[in-house]
Design a protein around this ligand. Structure first.
Ligand code: ADP
Length: 306
C-alpha cells in the first residue's frame, strides 16, 4: 500500500465535567487527508485546502506528529501529506487533533501497522503540544479510538474507551469567531477550591456510570462544570442564553466544546437533537452572529479509511 485516504473526525473534549480528561468522537464532522509514501526521505505537507495553515513540516501538527512516529520507528521513510480541512482551526472541536491523529493513523497503516491505536496517541499528542503548548490527549484519543475516551492519567499515559449509549446525539454550534486554545487556557485559574473539586469529581464519576448504565437522565445531570465554564464562557457570545434555550428545548446537557468558542448540546434521540438545533439556530440568526451548526451521532469507530 502506497497511499491512504482517510476521514479524520472532529471531537468534543472536556464535556463539562471532564476538563482535559474526557472527549467524544463525532461522526459526520471532520477533515479528509491523503497520505502517500515518497522516495525523498522527507515529510512534506503538499496540499492544504479549506483553511490557511502552515506548509512547513515543523509548524503543521500533522508533520510534527508523523515526525515523532517515524523517529520512534527509526526510519527515514518520506511521506507526502494532503489535508482537506472542513473543521476550522481554533473552533474548539479538535481541528488540530484531527490532523495529528489522522496523520499518524495513516502513516502507521502504510508502514504495516507497527503500533496499536493506543500506542499512536503519544505521537498525536505531539501535534497538540505544537497547537496549544500542552500535549493533551482528550481530543486525539477519541479521534483515534472513537466513542467516549477517558484519560485516566498522563504519567503514565492511561486511556480508557468508555461505552456509548446508542441514542446519544450531539449538536455543536460554532460561533465564527476564533478563540486560540492558548488564550482560552490563559483564563483558567491554577487553583481550585475543595468544594468545587468535590462537585466536579462527583459529576465525572456519575457521567462514567451513566455511560455504562445508559441512564440518560443521570448523564444529563452530570454534564456540569463549576470550574472552567464560568471563566471561559465569557468568550462565547450569549453563552447563558444558548444554554437556557438548549435545556428548555430538551437537551440533556450543554457546555463549552474544548476550549471554545464552539458549544455542544448532548441530546437523547435524533428528534430531540433536531429541535435543540433549530432553537439554537433561530436564536443566533436573530442575534445576527455567523455560525456553523452540526448534528452528529457519536462515532464509535474513530478515523475511517475512505
Ligand atoms: P482546535 O481546538 O480547533 O484544534 P487549536 O487552537 O487547538 O484549535 O489549534 C489550532 C492551531 O494549530 C492554529 O494556530 C493552527 O494554525 C495550528 N495548526 C497547525 N497545523 C494544523 C493543522 N493541520 N490543523 C489545524 N490546526 C493546525
Amino acid at each position: 500500500m502506497e497511499e491512504l485516504r482517510i476521514f479524520a473526525p472532529a471531537t468534543v473534549a472536556n464535556l463539562s465535567c471532564g476538563f482535559d480528561v474526557l472527549g467524544a468522537c463525532l461522526d459526520n464532522v471532520g477533515d479528509q487527508m491523503l497520505l502517500r509514501k515518497n522516495d525523498l526521505n522527507q515529510i512534506r505537507i503538499t496540499k492544504i485546502t479549506g483553511q490557511e495553515l502552515p506548509f512547513e513540516t515543523d509548524k503543521n501538527v500533522a508533520g510534527v506528529a508523523v515526525k515523532a512516529l517515524l523517529e520512534k520507528l527509526g526510519t527515514n521513510q518520506g511521506f507526502d501529506i494532503e489535508i482537506h480541512k472542513k473543521i476550522k482551526a481554533g473552533s474548539g472541536i479538535g481541528s488540530s487533533a484531527a490532523s495529528s491523529a489522522g496523520a499518524v493513523f495513516a502513516v502507521n497503516k502504510l508502514m504495516g501497522q507497527p503500533f496499536t491505536l493506543k500506542e499512536l496517541i503519544p505521537f498525536a499528542m505531539e501535534g497538540e503540544r505544537l497547537a496549544s503548548g500542552n500535549a493533551h490527549a482528550d481530543n486525539v484519543a477519541p479521534a483515534l479510538l472513537g466513542g467516549f475516551c477517558l484519560v485516566k492519567s498522563y504519567q503514565p499515559l492511561e486511556i480508557l474507551k468508555l461505552p456509548c449509549p446508542p441514542e446519544l446525539r450531539v449538536v455543536v454550534l460554532h460561533p465564527l469567531i476564533e478563540v486560540k486554545t492558548k488564550d482560552s487556557r490563559a483564563l483558567i485559574k491554577l487553583n481550585v477550591s475543595l468544594q468545587k473539586a468535590v462537585s466536579q469529581w462527583g459529576n465525572l464519576g456519575a457521567f462514567v456510570s451513566a455511560l455504562y448504565t445508559e441512564d440518560y437522565g443521570l448523564l444529563g445531570r452530570s454534564l456540569k462544570d463549576e470550574i472552567i465554564e464560568p471563566v471561559r464562557s465569557i468568550l462565547i457570545p450569549f453563552f447563558d442564553d444558548l444554554k437556557e434555550i438548549a435545556i428548555k428545548n430538551g437537551a440533556l446537557g450543554f457546555g463549552i466544546s474544548g476550549s471554545g468558542p464552539s458549544v455542544y448540546a448532548m441530546c437523547k434521540g435524533q428528534k430531540s437533537a433536531e429541535k435543540v438545533k433549530e432553537a439554537m439556530q433561530l436564536f443566533y440568526q436573530e442575534k445576527g452572529i455567523d455560525f456553523d451548526l452540526h448534528l452528529s451521532k457519536i462515532n464509535t469507530d474513530g478515523i475511517k479509511i475512505l
